[in-house]
Unconditional design. Structure first.
Length: 182
């Protein structure tokens, strides 16, 4: 990504005044403007057939149980780069705010995420439109994701599911993160 410093995190732009309702740890992870690093644990469950193949193409790992998980979020003037280390596997995406929501890009696939803040400070996302390069994908082919994020016991917890409507579950990963020691 490169470039100068970010003035506002993409999620803060999309959520606007609702961002202040997020729990403190979720705010620290999602709304920071500097590079942030977190470490924790993850369990990955992969789908089958073509859905599993699609997840692999997007850079997601094979199934693993209670594996080390790291996340680095690097911000600049165009958005954020999210690098995830699932044990030995690395997956990177870029996130930016648009008029339609948050765009997250994994290689040639871009999805539009719709965030929602719950009354208890939890955060969720659903997936809207998607495209391959610049070509919009029909709903039956577009990745559909559900993300639940909450804070418990000074940890950031997540439950992330990705499905392909025509082919089934592509991936689900569940785990926790805490700020990485400096």
């Amino acid at each position: 990504m490169g470039g100068g410093g970010v003035t506002t995190a993409p999620l803060a732009i999309v959520l606007a005044d609702k961002a202040s309702s997020l729990s403190p740890m979720i705010r620290d992870l999602h709304l920071g403007n500097a590079t942030r690093r977190f470490a924790g644990q993850v369990t990955v469950k992969a789908g089958a057939g073509l859905a599993r193949f699609a997840a692999k193409l997007a850079g997601f790992p094979q199934p693993m149980q209670d594996a080390p998980f790291r996340l680095e979020i690097a911000a600049d003037d165009r958005g954020e780069r999210w690098t995830r280390w699932f044990g030995p596997c690395t997956t990177t995406s870029t996130l930016r705010a648009t008029a339609d929501g948050l765009e997250e890009r994994f290689g040639p696939i871009t999805t539009v995420l719709q965030p929602a803040v719950k009354q208890d400070g939890r955060l969720s996302f659903t997936t809207g439109a998607a495209r391959f390069l610049i070509v919009p994908l029909p709903q039956w082919l577009a990745p559909q994701g559900r993300v639940a994020i909450w804070e418990r016991e000074d940890r950031y917890h997540f439950d992330i599911t990705g499905d392909l409507p025509a082919f089934g579950r592509a991936i689900r990963y569940v785990g926790w993160l805490a700020p990485e020691a400096a």
